[in-house]
Design a protein around this ligand. Structure first.
Ligand SMILES: Cc1ncc(COP(=O)(O)O)c(C=O)c1O
Length: 423
């Protein structure tokens, strides 16, 4: 038997910190200073963003990259560029960040939620098929945690129903499936460079596509509705200035040099941890389909079975933290339960459809169970260290499982003292 749980005063498995994030060095400094001194700080004058767009797109199997201010605006611009109309329906998963659905509303379209698969945590193509109506025009699969969604099945559905497919690849820099990079699997893809992301400049986003026409429309939308043959103060479509700045481009170029090696490390470590934790009763790591050649592990995700531990997820998380493993339960509720959806607080959007939309009728039990009871997240930077870091994380899980009777008692006592959230 290993020594007692750290939660109960035992020695923690891990006392050293894991890899800090972000990682940066001389190359970021050189590029940032060069940009500063050049005086060319905007996208229209310097070369950092332009060069980053090309490099990032090529690395993700695409001809075109259009960098924008964040990974939410990118989703909205993609829907606008697709020529969709007001109050068209767009199918999205309920287990994702707010933006995947809020961007649909900000494009004046209707998000329709289809449940996720409880093994892969990605959109379930059967749920998508069931959600299609005569008004459906698009699907936004999220490559959740960095594992590509079932794009073969989703693209088949899209072809049959003539739907536009926008990959939300905010977690999936460098991921691949069916021997093709995430970002090149749908009609267009959106990535985020917000602080937590695997490739970051603090804020930022990019759209990737192989469709020349779509790219030209996106370029215009990114740049106040201008067109290449127009004069400066000539605007052809409704849009705004969504251009990314040169300082962010400078950081992203330096970060991009690091990405392939970091992605390989995360994938190697994540795969090892998943294999090891899958042996543990009550822990169900995200299942990886054979088609997923590279998982970018923006998150390492697992389901915790409370019955096996005799204590809820919150107790397992507290025990893991005490053992020195930072982790979280992730989203607390599915997107359609967000107050914004429940109250239809859509601002000026969806003026006609609003009255008939009732998100309290949306039924996505798999997403709900992940949010409310079972989901567990470990963040990407934990996966940038050596194999020994994975061994420590695995040992912490194993120790807690071994001492689950003690955890159960601890939780029961804590509850008797002050009844608490059992999730
Ligand atoms: C799945 C997903 N989509 C979109 C976004 C939005 O990206 P941004 O924060 O750059 O707007 C995020 C950010 O967390 C995300 O996780």
């Amino acid at each position: 038997m290993t020594p007692k749980l750290a939660l109960l005063g035992g020695a923690p498995v891990r006392t050293r910190p894991f890899t800090p994030w972000p990682i940066f060095g001389k190359s970021e400094e050189v590029r940032l200073l060069r940009t500063l001194r050049s005086g060319k700080w905007g996208r229209l004058h310097g070369n950092e963003v332009a060069s980053f767009e090309q490099r990032f797109a090529a690395m993700h199997g695409c001809k075109h990259g259009i960098a924008v201010v964040n990974g939410t605006v990118s989703l909205r611009l993609a829907l606008m560029a697709a020529g969709l109309r007001a109050e068209d329906e767009v199918i999205v998963p309920p287990y994702t960040f707010f933006s995947t659905a809020s961007a649909v509303i900000e494009a004046n379209m209707i998000p329709v939620f289809a449940d996720i698969d409880l093994d892969t945590f990605n959109l379930d193509p059967r749920a998508v098929a069931a959600a299609i109506t005569p008004h459906t025009r698009a699907i936004i699969p999220v490559h959740f945690a960095g594992q590509p969604a079932d794009m073969a099945a989703l693209m088949k559905l899209a072809r049959r129903h003539q739907l536009f497919v926008l990959e939300d690849a905010a977690h999936a820099h460098g991921a691949s499936c069916q021997n093709r990079p995430a970002g090149s699997l749908g009609h267009v893809a959106s990535f985020s460079f917000q602080s937590s992301k695997n490739l970051t400049s603090g804020e930022g986003g990019i759209l990737t596509t192989n469709d020349d026409q779509l790219a030209a429309t996106l370029r215009s939308l990114q740049n106040c509705g201008r067109i290449p043959t127009g004069v400066w103060y000539e605007h052809h479509v409704i849009s705004a200035n969504y251009r990314l700045g040169e300082f962010q481009g400078a950081v992203l170029n330096a970060q991009l040099d690091r990405l392939p090696k970091q992605t390989a490390t995360r994938d190697r470590n994540g795969r090892y941890l998943a294999e090891r934790l899958a042996r543990l009763p009550g822990i169900h790591p995200q299942q990886r389909p054979a088609a997923c050649a590279r998982h970018s592990y923006h998150l390492f995700m697992a389901r915790v079975d409370a019955e096996e531990f005799g204590a809820p997820r919150s107790a397992v998380i507290e025990a893991l933290r005490a053992e020195g493993v930072p982790c979280s339960p992730g989203y607390g509720f599915s997107l359609h339960h967000q107050p914004m959806f429940r109250q239809r607080a859509f601002g000026p959007y969806l003026p006609q459809a609003r009255a008939r939309l009732d998100y309290s009728r949306t039924h996505c039990p798999n997403s709900d169970v992940l949010c409310r009871e079972q989901g567990l997240w470990l963040e990407q930077a934990l996966f940038l260290g050596p194999r020994a870091d994975m061994v420590d994380i695995a040992r912490a899980f194993e120790k807690i499982h071994e001492h689950r009777a003690a955890l159960k008692d601890w939780f029961a006592q804590a509850q008797a003292k002050s009844p608490r959230d059992a999730k």
